[in-house]
Design a protein around this ligand. Structure first.
Ligand code: SAH
Length: 198
C-alpha cells in the first residue's frame, strides 16, 4: 500500500477530486439557472469570498499539483497521511452530493432565496444547518493531507474558514428574515457544521 502512494499519485487524486466536484455540481448548477430568484443578498462581499475560496481550494493547490511549486515548502512525504487524505476526500464528495440532493431546488451558489423557497430541515439538515459547508471543510482537510506542502496543503482550510465565518452570519440572517420563527426554532435544535458539537 505504501509503495503505491507517491506524491505523484496524491497529486492526481487531488486533481480527480476537483473533477468529481464539478461533475457532482454541474446538473444542479444547470438547473439553478432556470429557477426564479426572490431575493439576492450576496453582492460583492459574497463574490470576493467565493473567489478566495476558489483560489485556495482549487486554483492554488491545482497549480501545485501540476507544477510542484512552491516546492521550497514541501516536507517529507508520508504515504499513510496521503491514504487518509483519500478516505477523507471520498467522504467529502459523498457528503457534497447528498447535500445537493437534499437541498434540491433551494441550492444556489451565491446567497439568495428562491421564489418558491422551502426550508429544508430533514435528512442531514436535521442535524446541522450547513452540511454543504461541512463537506467543504472535509475537502480542505483532504487537501491538507494529500498535498504535503506547508502552503498548498493548509491554504484551503484558511480560505474555507474565511468563507464560513464571514458568510454564515449573513446566510442565517437572510434565512431568519425569510422564515422567521420557523428558522429560529430550527437553529435551536441544530448545530452549524458538526452534529451536536458546533
Ligand atoms: N449553508 C447550507 C446551504 C449552502 S447553499 C449548507 O451548507 O448546506 C446556499 C443557499 O442555500 C443560500 O442561498 C440559502 O438560501 C439556502 N439555504 C441554506 N440553508 C437552507 C435550508 N435549511 N433550507 C433551504 N435553503 C437553505
Amino acid at each position: 500500500m505504501t509503495q503505491i502512494m507517491t506524491p505523484l499519485v496524491a497529486n492526481i487524486v487531488f486533481l480527480l477530486g476537483i473533477v468529481a466536484w464539478y461533475v457532482i455540481r454541474y446538473p444542479f448548477q444547470r438547473r439553478a439557472k432556470k429557477l426564479g430568484v426572490a431575493r439576492s443578498v450576496g453582492g460583492r462581499h459574497d463574490r470576493i469570498l467565493l473567489a478566495i475560496a476558489g483560489f485556495s481550494q482549487f486554483l492554488f493547490p491545482a497549480i501545485y499539483a501540476i507544477t510542484g511549486e512552491p516546492s521550497f515548502a514541501d516536507y517529507g512525504f508520508n504515504p499513510w497521511q496521503a491514504w487518509l487524505g483519500v478516505v477523507v476526500l471520498i467522504g467529502a464528495l459523498a457528503l457534497f452530493r447528498v447535500t445537493h440532493k437534499q437541498l434540491g431546488r433551494n441550492w444556489s451558489i451565491s446567497l439568495e432565496t428562491r421564489s418558491e423557497h422551502k426550508l429544508v430541515t430533514d435528512g442531514l439538515y436535521g442535524y446541522v444547518r450547513h452540511p454543504m459547508y461541512s463537506s467543504f471543510f472535509l475537502s480542505a482537510v483532504a487537501q491538507l493531507l494529500l498535498l504535503q506542502n506547508w502552503i498548498a496543503g493548509p491554504i484551503g482550510l484558511i480560505g474555507m474558514g474565511l468563507l464560513f465565518f464571514l458568510r454564515v452570519p449573513r446566510e442565517e440572517k437572510v434565512m431568519t428574515e425569510t422564515f422567521g420563527d420557523e428558522y429560529r426554532a430550527y437553529m435551536k435544535r441544530t448545530a452549524r457544521i458538526i452534529p451536536w458539537i458546533y
